[in-house]
Design a protein around this ligand. Sequence first.
Ligand code: CMP
Length: 168
Amino acid sequence: MTAEDQIADRLSAIDVFSPLSAEELKQLATATMGHVFAPGETLIRAGDEGSSMFVVNNGRVSVQVADKTGPRTVAVLTEGNFFGEMALFTGEPRTANVVALEETEVLEIGHAAMKHIFETNPSLAESISWTIAERQADLAAGSLQASQNSIQESAGVLASIKRFFGLR
Ligand code: CMP
């Protein structure tokens, strides 16, 4: 198996990419860049601008936000999980810090590659907007109330993804 086939394989196991054909996965694999981070290294800093998302190829990262009492871990993401989609798809600043918990290899997917697959797979924007709305709700409070709002939020996120990527 070539390195690209391996990456395409990894991407195919990710829920939101399931509508993609083998050919599209291969194209996406070609457009990704691999990066390795050491334990404790910061991959994403809250407040920064960001125009790419990442898939964890191996290792583990922690998603942290600053609370009154210090850093609060909102999620730990592992092989096959993705992050960084919020800034990429909404154009807003990064919402959280993402820190490697161990040696971690990520695959970076940029704006141009995503725009291309959105154009051929409109349903993808919808499924990603669901994930974003859920994560936004978690960030807001982690309360039941917050997650019940996520249906309305998802519609808002979808509209903003479409605007941002110039999709109809
Ligand atoms: P982004 O805002 O671009 O950068 C920080 C990332 O952390 C964010 O995208 C999400 O991918 C991720 N993130 C934020 N909140 C959560 C959450 N509640 N659960 C999992 N991942 C999250």
